[in-house]
Every structure is written in structure tokens, then in C-alpha cells.
Design a protein around this ligand. Structure first.
Ligand SMILES: Cc1ncc(COP(=O)(O)O)c(C=O)c1O
Length: 308
């Protein structure tokens, strides 16, 4: 892989101890695996998920990546940047009716050479059977399709590599690891190679009732580590926020200087702090929070709020 990936990525990503009064009060040692620092544009779980996909397409001489996402998608943003860096054509199939030229995420995608196709919400929901989608894909010879959120087998392989970095950095197995859940691919990758002594906590950022089952299906080889899926920390749904969440973000950033996005990481971290508050995380535990990046979501959320 090192042949394909030049030195533009900060790897292994740092694993830093978080200093925060709430954690100290509850005697919890929290490390943050700073995947947000891997690259300013191809950061977090996007790097992990796209790495082996890129290797595959370069090896097999595909000329184009086609992928899917909403109008503020971190995955589209990272895919556009990755393709731009590696000289691959990128195509985004977007849920929604048309281009808002001021949308910062889509503007970034366009500036990085991504061709955008907009399809209706109904068509998008049904994208695996949609003729409209098939017609778009058919326009691009030698194309490789990556599902929404970068969720495929090669993504799981990329995520699994995080463990080796953590073992080397901490020189021990943490009691817990946690992260935000969208499609559940990231935690499924972690679960696939997790040591059984470590419990995995996933915090869904959207309203869902079947994510836990989907994660367990994706992580079919997992070694029976314990996985808990929390679904009560979505703050009203995907990309929704509240004053309480915003205050939490501000307070956390003041104390730690670690930036967090309101769509994913803030919800996971809030959920984790709430579990501590409720006494579910024993004193003396050591915990890793996988910071999955997504910091472009801060600008996207600010833009959405101004537009409202
Ligand atoms: C920043 C960020 N964190 C977490 C997630 C959730 O990852 P997954 O879809 O693999 O559960 C996503 C979405 O892919 C994301 O963009």
C-alpha cells in the first residue's frame, strides 16, 4: 500500500490522552485516536474506508469512482479530494433536486473535479434497483461503484488496521472503544478484529431500530467482543442538533482544544459522557474514542443554519 499512498497522510494517527475535568472527576482515562488528523480533506474513517478501494481501482485500471451521498456528505467530500489527489475521475450521485451553488460541500466536490448527478429522494431510496441510477452509471466506462458512506468489504479491511496502531501506541488493550455510527461500517470493521477483552460502544447519529443487527451481519468474523449499540443520542435525527449539544461541543473544545463535528463525533462523545454520568463506565476504565473526522460538517451545519 505504501507504494500507492505517498506521504501525504499522517500515519499512524496520534493517540492522545484527553484532559477534561469531567473525566478526571469520574476517574476515566480517555484516549482519542486522532484519525481527524490523517489528512485535512481525506480524514477520519473516510481514509480508512477508501484506502483499499483506491488500491483496488488503481491496480485494476478503473478510471472512475462513482459514489453516492446527501448534499452535505463527508463521504462525497473525501472521495472527491482522494480522486483529485490520485488522478482518478469522480462522479457523485446526490440525493436531492439540484445544485445549490453556495453549498460548501458540493462546491468543494466540484472544485475537486467531481461530476454531480442529482436524483429525487424516492429514486435515491431505491438506488440499488433504480434505472435512473443504472443509466448514470452506464455513462461512465471503466467505472467502480462505491456504496453510500463507503460501506463495503474493502472498507472493513481498512478500518481493521486501526487496532495495530492502538496496540503499539497504548501498549495495552483498552477496556472500551467507542465511535459514532452512520451505516455502522466503521464499528463493524473494528468489531471484525477486536480483542475480546475490549467492549465496543457505538452511538447512532440517526433514528434507527435495526443498526445493531446490520453491524453484526457486516462484522461476520468477529471474535465475540461485546458490542453495544446506543440509539438514544441522535438529537432529533441525522444532522439535527440542539442548544444542549452545541453547548457540550463548546465546553469540550474549550477544555481540550480538540475540534468535533456536530453531526457525528459530538453525538458519540455526548453519549459516552452520559454513560459515565449514569455510572455505566466503571472508575479506572481506560477508553479509546475513535475521532472519525468529518470536520467539514462544521461549515456545512453553519451553512444550513444560516439558510433556515
Ligand atoms: C465523520 C463521520 N463519523 C462517523 C461516520 C459513521 O461511519 P459509518 O457509516 O461507518 O458508521 C461517518 C459516516 O460515514 C462520518 O462521516
Amino acid at each position: 500500500m505504501t507504494k500507492v499512498f505517498p506521504d501525504i497522510f499522517l500515519l499512524p494517527s496520534p493517540c492522545e490522552k484527553v484532559s477534561h475535568s469531567f473525566l478526571e472527576k469520574h476517574e476515566i482515562t480517555l484516549f482519542v485516536k486522532r484519525d481527524d488528523l490523517i489528512h485535512p480533506e481525506i480524514s477520519g474513517n473516510k481514509y480508512r474506508k477508501l484506502k483499499y478501494n483506491l488500491e483496488y481501482i488503481l491496480k485494476n485500471n478503473f478510471s472512475t469512482i462513482i459514489t453516492f451521498g446527501g448534499a452535505f456528505s463527508n463521504h462525497l467530500h473525501a472521495t472527491a479530494a482522494l480522486c483529485h489527489h490520485f488522478g482518478v475521475k469522480s462522479v457523485g450521485i446526490i440525493r436531492g433536486d439540484g445544485l445549490d451553488p453556495n453549498n460548501p460541500t458540493l462546491r468543494f466536490c466540484l472544485n475537486n473535479g467531481m461530476t454531480l448527478h442529482f436524483i429525487s429522494r424516492e429514486e435515491y431510496k431505491n438506488k440499488s434497483n433504480s434505472l435512473v441510477v443504472q443509466n448514470i452509471i452506464g455513462q461512465y466506462a471503466s467505472s467502480y461503484v462505491i456504496p453510500e458512506g463507503g460501506s463495503n468489504e474493502l472498507a472493513l479491511t481498512g478500518v481493521q488496521e486501526i487496532w495495530e496502531e492502538i496496540y503499539k501506541q497504548l501498549e495495552k488493550i483498552p477496556d472500551y472503544i467507542f465511535c459514532a455510527l452512520g451505516t455502522g461500517t466503521t464499528i463493524a470493521g473494528l468489531l471484525g478484529s477486536a480483542p475480546k477483552e475490549c467492549k465496543l460502544l457505538g452511538f447512532s447519529v440517526l433514528k434507527t431500530s435495526h443498526l445493531e443487527k446490520e453491524v453484526l451481519i457486516m462484522a461476520k468474523n468477529h471474535k465475540k467482543s461485546t458490542f453495544y449499540c446506543f440509539t438514544d443520542y441522535h438529537f432529533g435525527g441525522y444532522a439535527k442538533t440542539t442548544q444542549e449539544l452545541q453547548s457540550f461541543i463548546n465546553e469540550f473544545e474549550i477544555q481540550t482544544s480538540i475540534p468535533i463535528d456536530p453531526v457525528y463525533n459530538a453525538k458519540a462523545l455526548f453519549g459516552f459522557f452520559d454513560l459515565i454520568e449514569k455510572g455505566h463506565i466503571p472508575k479506572g476504565s481506560s477508553v479509546v474514542w475513535l475521532h472519525t473526522g468529518g470536520l467539514q460538517g462544521i461549515e456545512a451545519m453553519n451553512y444550513m443554519n444560516v439558510k433556515k
